[in-house]
Design a protein around this ligand. Structure first.
Ligand code: GDP
Ligand code: MG
Length: 163
């Protein structure tokens, strides 16, 4: 089977935007499993001659802070089970927030390779915005912009290095 990459992170950081840029039109049809799969979307990608499957998590809209935190945790835990490499997506415009710390706590325990992708670096003069994301300790954060498509090659380089 192809290795699996999971994109996790709190809502609104741009996971689905990046997922769509990576898969193009290679959306996978996944047979319905009971329970949680309905809020996960599967696609396939390829980079440097390496094919992989990729999961976009957290597609269902949820209300209320408690529900959001519960859902973020559940999504991160599921992704850890299924994934060979995890892309932990954050938002340069907001900086590190509490919900990111929650996700990081779960990812620490995973023992799986984690790549921090800092999205919404729309202006390359704002690269300073990514420094605070070193604080998670997952290594060099990668600046990307879903709006402009920049940095996605660097992100995929890091992903396939860990497949
Ligand atoms: P998700 O909830 O993590 O899947 O995030 P989405 O992909 O749905 O994006 C959330 C919002 O952020 C949308 O309004 C996107 O248009 C916006 N967005 C995504 N990528 C970027 C980016 O690189 N720069 C900016 N400024 N906005 C972005
Ligand atoms: Mg989404």
């Amino acid at each position: 089977a192809k290795p699996v990459v999971a994109i996790v992170g709190r809502p609104n950081v741009g996971k689905s935007t990046i997922f769509n840029r990576i898969i193009g039109d290679r959306l996978a049809i996944v047979e319905d499993k009971p329970g949680v799969t309905r809020d996960r979307i599967y696609g396939s990608g390829e980079w440097g001659g390496k094919p992989f499957n990729i999961i976009d998590t957290g597609g269902i809209e949820i209300d209320g802070v408690d529900e959001i935190l519960r859902s973020i945790r559940m999504q991160a835990e599921l992704a850890i089970e299924e994934a060979d490499v995890i892309v932990f997506m954050c938002d340069a415009k907001s900086g590190v927030v509490q919900a990111d710390e929650e996700v990081a706590q779960i990812l620490y325990r995973s023992g799986k390779p984690v790549i921090v992708a800092v999205n919404k670096v729309d202006n390359l003069n704002r690269m300073d915005d990514i420094y605070e994301f070193y604080s998670f300790g997952f290594g060099d954060p990668i600046a990307i912009s879903g709006s402009h498509g920049t940095g996605i090659g660097d992100l995929l380089d890091a992903v396939i290095e860990n497949l």
